[in-house]
Design a protein around this ligand. Structure first.
Ligand SMILES: [Zn+2]
Length: 490
């Protein structure tokens, strides 16, 4: 890579990255899309199956109405046009985890088209247009190397409903891709249609990446990257792929249209297969299912029950809790974080102070423990009620801000309520003037030489005396009182 890159360009020098993303969001319906089997994650392999999702001869699919309602919900939240008539199609391919030999999906007539998602990248607004949203069924899972040489198949996931959300090639950098995905995940979580859990595969992303010379309109040859199961994976894989293609193009080579798999451990992509084309799948309308009709009444009904979306909640947080724009933005970027914040407020009404703890200490722990791809707030180390109680102890001057950090650390380790920790370890702030005065006297008496130096003009020794008092009181002395008393006596 000898060609110099231009300054702050998001991708390599002469070339510009063109990225489109396809997200598969697993829906939070109780049952599968075309049969009554449970969609629960983690059941005994093949327990959640029946003749329909096993693809037995002669069975007929029956559409789950809730799946369509969820699709309409997302289509409305992403400003799509909803088709009054859409059609199911069979996507034909052979794989052991697909017992029917085809996947029921939508092809020429998807349920929703031409929408958009607004996001913010490094403070700049960015609109990503959506080509389409369609419904489809998930395939099963192959488990390799579990039993010596044998490969096993688990069909529990077969027929679990998915929404596929496809963007236009609007994305130009890894940062934009990350911002779009986080916003989209927040939207599906707010809507309650998907839990957004990337680790368990209920929010999955494939990326199409091509490069073109800056100023050129024509799109380059694209490569599809699969197996991106965390935000970090998406960002690292895209950066890696942009670099790989840049190297090839700069050396005068050409890009092959193919599908590549991201290896998160080695941080490389490897070729999985040369790219198939749509006609390879022999799509045709599914003769077992009627075209889907969605009337205005259904759309209106769904619209009337839409929950508060991220942008609305952000505005409400700024107004209702008088939070700075930055706080409102960070707190509402995830639904569970916003819920956490509001739950903490129930035990103590001090919005800005609680916001500071959530944005500072809590999010730091979440990042350190890699909890940021996982949507389950129950896994978080400190409950919202305990955080609220901690902030109340500070506001009531029971403990100082410094002691609060110690208490917080123990809350993380033990999960105990802050008040119990403060009592057990005797961390209650001492604001008793007489008690502190006696300690101050002792310290001054034990350090007569330093007292003389201080009085002789060595001002910076003041910090030494403060430190000695805090040490003697194990940090529990009220810092304001300590300062006042020392000034008085020195
Ligand atoms: Zn079934």
């Amino acid at each position: 890579m000898s060609v110099p890159r231009t300054g702050s360009a998001p991708t390599g020098g002469d070339f510009e990255a063109v990225i489109g993303l396809e997200v598969h969001a697993q829906l939070l319906t109780a049952s599968k899309i075309f049969c009554g089997c449970s969609t629960a994650f983690g059941a005994t392999p093949n327990a959640n199956t029946c003749p329909v999702c096993l693809g037995m001869p002669g069975v007929l699919p029956v559409l789950n109405r809730q799946v369509v309602t969820f699709a309409i919900r997302l289509a409305l939240a992403t400003h799509c046009t909803i088709a009054s008539r859409s059609r199911w199609a069979r996507k034909n391919y052979f794989y052991p985890d697909l017992p029917k030999g085809y996947q029921i999906s939508m092809y020429e007539l998807p349920i929703a088209t031409a929408g958009y998602v607004d996001t913010v990248v490094d403070g700049t607004p960015k609109r990503v247009h959506l080509t389409r949203i369609h419904m489809e069924e998930d395939a099963g899972k192959s488990i390799h190397d579990a039993h010596g040489d044998a490969s096993l198949v688990d069909l529990n996931r077969t027929g679990v409903p998915l929404l596929e959300i496809v963007t236009e090639p609007d994305i130009r950098s890894t940062a934009e891709a990350g911002a779009y995905l986080r916003t989209l995940r927040a939207i599906v979580q707010y809507l309650g249609v998907c839990d957004g859990n990337m680790e368990e595969g209920s929010f999955r992303c494939d990326a199409n990446v091509s490069l073109r010379r800056r100023g050129v309109e024509t799109l380059g040859v694209k490569v599809e990257i699969k197996n991106l199961n965390s935000f970090r994976a998406v960002e690292r894989a895209l950066a890696h792929e942009i670099e790989r293609q840049t190297d090839i193009l700069e050396d005068g080579g050409s890009i092959i249209q193919e599908t590549r798999l991201w290896n998160a451990d080695r941080e490389v992509t490897r070729s999985m297969r040369t790219k198939e084309f749509a006609h390879d799948y022999r799509y045709f309308p599914d003769p077992d299912l009627l075209p889907l009709t969605v009337d205005q009444a259904w759309i209106d009904e769904v619209r009337s029950t839409l929950p508060e979306l991220p942008a609305d909640r952000r505005a409400r947080f700024a107004a209702q809790y008088e939070l700075p724009a930055m706080d409102a933005e960070v707190l509402t970027a995830r639904k569970d974080l916003a819920d956490y914040f509001e739950a903490a407020l129930e035990s103590h009404q001090s919005p800005k102070a609680i916001s500071n703890w959530v944005m500072g200490e809590l999010l730091r722990v979440v990042r350190e423990r890699h909890l940021d791809d996982d949507a389950r707030i129950t896994d978080w180390p400190v409950s919202p009620r305990h955080l609220g109680e901690l902030v109340r102890l500070i506001d009531d001057a029971v403990i100082s801000g410094t002691i609060a950090k110690t208490v917080w650390q123990e809350m993380l380790d033990s999960g105990k309520p802050p008040e119990a920790i403060v009592n057990e370890r005797g961390l209650v702030q001492v604001s008793d003037r007489a008690a502190i005065e006696s300690i101050v006297n002792d310290i001054l008496a034990a350090n007569t030489d330093k007292v003389a130096e201080y009085r002789g003009g060595k001002d910076k020794l003041f910090g030494f005396f403060v430190g000695q008092v805090m040490k003697a009181t194990k940090g529990t002395a009220n810092p304001g009182l300590v300062n006042d008393l020392l000034k008085e006596k020195l």
